[in-house]
Design a binder for this molecule. Structure first.
Ligand SMILES: [Zn+2]
Length: 465
């Protein structure tokens, strides 16, 4: 079975065929490290991870590049306002980005090129675009002339004949079609942030960063380019214009755009006080992995309406999954020659879902089907060796794509308390045993007692519920 995906360029579902058989070149617009990533950004990053995992599940060798934008208008302004050097400011939020993606179990990309490490490639591209007549010099920078590029608008559907004024700013109005800055000449606001030669003293525009790094690390044509839907115009449209004018070749075969995350039906904004980072969710006591599960439960091309309350349900589900998976490992097995089980059908519907435009919502339904089967066997108190092996293998395969389980490493000091509690329970000293349980809970772990003094230990996700 092959992967079908919705291509933002053709606006249709297509069968994915990589340029080189068995290999995938994939570029994803990464964070601008001017602040902590908000959970809308994280939704995109989780989706990038799911695409990579799904393609690898299919046996493809994926090279994933995610850029780090460490110079732009906002960053220069913010770092100056805080009296920090740009590099120092960027490092702080780059570290925060990696800490956040680790917390939601995103596997690392192959490369995270930083814009400021690739200025030469950008300057070379800008110079070539001038030579080819696609770029021109104005008094404050070098601009891309979108009327020169025939295909402008092919991704976003914007009408390129409505050209308005030049735009030096990195981000501009979604309605206006404007020549955009490839290279911005230095002015006093930039302070010590500038590069010189072969271009005049200045710095790159945001759009050229992704084109130059994409081509440098993946080649002139890549298979997949992803980025949040709000980047389609102007950012991705501009990337196509720059790259295709520069190489004369198609820049990207498949464009993938995850939808917005809304909060209470509205776009997140600091002024509306509905703006959340992962740190905010943690401060409220939530397990970051519940956010991952929530993201997977929605199709990436539908809007996801977030409210903090809705995370509670997902935390509860994570508890149930953890308990089932631990209990299924402990099941006594009996030998059975019957090899006709329900597991292959469940796995098949899981695979069908993820390969159908990364439909993680339907994939989770299949996954919970397997959880239900496992719980049935747990209630029965035994499982056939054949089916059990299939179940364990199917869970492992599904999690390769979903990335929901992070092995719980219970510290020695907690295990010591667990043993002490067991001894107290053996002696029927219930009050003292319960006091131990409470201490264990404050240390972040919860004991789920089973029959015959057996138990499983899970993360303590309780907070005010
Ligand atoms: Zn980009």
């Amino acid at each position: 079975m092959t992967v079908e995906l919705y291509n933002g360029l053709s606006k249709a579902k297509e069968t994915f065929t990589p340029l080189d058989k068995g290999r995938v070149k994939m570029y994803c617009c990464g964070p601008t490290v001017y602040d902590y990533a908000h959970i809308g950004n994280l939704r995109s990053f989780i989706f990038y991870d799911v695409i990579k995992r799904t393609l690898e599940y299919e046996g493809l060798k994926v090279t994933q590049v995610i850029n780090i934008t460490d110079v732009d208008d906002k960053m220069i302004k913010n770092s100056a306002a805080r009296g920090m050097r740009l590099g120092e400011y960027a490092a702080k939020y780059t570290d925060a980005f990696f800490a956040d993606i680790d917390k939601v179990n995103i596997r690392r990309a192959d490369l995270y090129p930083r814009a400021t490490d690739n200025i030469e490639a950008m300057a070379e591209m800008v110079t070539a675009l001038m030579h080819k007549g696609y770029a021109y010099q104005a008094d404050d920078g070098i601009y891309y002339s979108i009327s020169k590029f025939k295909g402008y608008g092919k991704l976003s559907g914007i009408d390129p004949t409505r050209i308005e004024a030049r735009m030096k700013k990195d981000e501009y109005d979604k309605e206006s079609v404007s020549d955009f800055a490839l290279w911005k000449f230095w002015d006093a606001d930039d302070g010590d942030v500038f590069w010189e030669g072969p271009l005049p003293k200045g710095r790159p525009g945001w759009h050229i960063e992704c084109s130059a790094m994409g081509i440098k690390y993946l080649g002139e044509t890549m298979d997949i380019h992803c980025g949040a839907v709000d980047l389609m115009f102007p950012h991705h449209e501009n990337e196509i214009a720059q790259s295709e004018a520069y190489t004369g070749k198609k820049f990207v075969d498949y464009w993938l755009h995850p939808e917005h995350l809304l909060v209470g039906g509205q776009k997140m904004s600091k002024s509306l006080k509905n703006f959340y980072t992962l740190r905010d969710l943690e401060a409220m006591g939530f397990d970051p992995m519940s956010f991952r599960l929530m993201v997977l439960d929605a199709h990436y091309r539908s809007r996801l309406d977030f409210t903090p309350d809705s995370l509670e349900k997902y935390e509860k589900t994570l508890d149930d999954i953890d308990i089932t998976l631990q209990r299924v490992q402990k099941l006594p097995l009996f030998h059975d020659t019957k090899t006709d089980t329900g597991v292959p059908r469940i796995l098949e519907s899981f695979e069908k879902a993820v390969k159908n435009d990364f439909d993680t919502h339907s994939a989770l339904i299949a996954f919970f089907g397997l959880i239900d089967l496992a719980n049935k066997r747990i209630r029965e108190g035994k499982a056939s060796d054949f089916e059990h092996k299939q179940m364990v293998e199917a869970f492992r395969k599904m999690d390769f794509v979903l990335g929901l389980f992070v092995e719980l490493k219970v510290p020695d000091e907690v295990m010591k308390l667990v043993r002490e509690r067991d001894e107290l329970r053996d002696k029927k000293e219930w009050t003292a045993a319960d006091a131990k349980r409470k201490v264990i809970k404050t240390m972040g772990y919860k004991i789920i007692d089973l029959e015959k003094h057996d138990h499983v230990i899970i993360k303590n996700r309780e907070h005010g519920r």
